[in-house]
Design a binder for this molecule. Structure first.
Ligand code: NDP
Length: 306
């Protein structure tokens, strides 16, 4: 089974000689990643109609951040077709690629690399994953929508750039630590153009917050059951929907409050699936079987999601 695929290490890469077309995810830790399950299910589905994909395989490596430069060098030398990067590698890898997709440049992080003779070509598919997931689960578009974004870390930066690039109506960012919020706002200001951009502490809502906004949680508050919700949804004027990037656990305190208030809501599994689907499309050029990826992801998590 793909989800029980072994966790490989740098030493496995040093001696790598497996035949076929290899794809990999690098993280530290990596043992909870469901990406191998999702991607290998999609590859098996693609192989039914196109024998070329029968020799494609997606594996996972636990790579310490200090070893990332060596790992990327080896993966390139061994001609891995593509690489996914997860915590903590997305930002470190940004400066180590030969070419960057223009849309990924303001994000300052890459989650997808494609092999090219000159070196790695870096992309960031998280923003696409978020936008597609919001459309699929909540029926909302980022374009023309007022967005209340919670968090100022890496995921929030990617989400904020996507909101601005897609022309949201306004962007309101709440974060616990003012300094981190200010840093993010200074990065975003040149991208915002005419789009109103505001920052505020989550316990002090600003005046003028529009009704009908989309609330996106990009904090890690909710990963642990005892975490408090990152904001009190009851204080936001009639949100149109609540999207929590966290998918494990499937119901965070924020989503539980959204359900109590009768607000449309969804967890981050759909984002994970769509960022993965876009990465596979970049590597393969094929039309990706998203349903197979979703089924494998749900199975790997041991449950079905709404
Ligand atoms: P970072 O560590 O870069 O940022 C964490 C953010 O969460 C910061 O804004 C931090 O605030 C805030 N935070 C942490 N703990 C709390 C708390 N108890 N209360 C309020 N705010 C808190 O993490 P990432 O940006 O990389 O990831 C954020 C979340 O997004 C994670 O849960 C991750 O799993 C999820 N994610 C999901 C994806 C998907 O595909 N579904 C893709 C990428 C990320 P402060 O500045 O005050 O420290």
């Amino acid at each position: 089974m793909a989800e029980s695929a072994p966790v490989l290490e740098l030493s496995d890469l040093e001696t790598w000689s497996r035949p076929g077309t290899a794809l990999a995810v690098l993280g530290h830790p990596i043992k909870h990643s469901i990406s191998p399950a999702m991607h290998n299910a999609a590859l098996a589905r693609l192989a039914r109609d196109d024998a070329r994909f029968a020799r494609w395989n997606y594996v996972r490596f636990d790579i310490h951040p200090d070893a990332l430069p060596r790992a990327l060098e080896l993966l390139h030398a061994k001609q891995f077709r593509g690489v996914n990067l997860t915590v903590p590698h997305k930002i470190i890898a940004f400066d180590r690629v030969a070419e960057i997709d223009p849309a990924a440049r303001p994000v300052g992080a890459v989650n997808t690399l494609r092999w090219s003779p000159r070196g790695w070509h870096g992309f960031n598919t998280d923003g696409y994953g978020l936008a597609t997931a919001i459309g699929e689960t909540l029926g909302l578009t980022l374009q023309g929508t007022h967005v209340v974004l919670l968090g100022a870390g890496g995921a929030a930066r990617g989400a904020a750039v996507e909101c601005l690039q897609r022309g949201c109506a306004s962007l309101w960012i709440a974060n616990r630590t003012q300094e981190n919020l200010d840093t993010l706002l200074s990065v975003l200001r040149p991208l915002a153009g005419a789009i109103p951009l505001h920052g505020f502490p989550p316990d002090r809502l600003p005046g003028g917050l529009p009704t009908g906004s989309l609330v996106v949680n990009a904090t890690s508050a909710g990963l642990k059951p005892q975490d408090p919700p990152p904001i009190d949804l009851a204080t936001i004027p009639s949100p149109a929907g609540v999207y929590d990037m966290i998918y494990n656990p499937p119901v965070t305190p924020l989503l539980a409050q959204a359900a109590r208030l009768g607000l449309p809501h969804a967890n981050g599994l759909s984002m994970l699936i769509h960022q993965g689907a876009r990465a596979l499309e970049i590597w393969s050029g094929a039309s990706v079987p998203v349903a197979a990826m979703r089924q494998a992801a749900e199975q790997a998590l041991g449950r079905t999601h709404p």
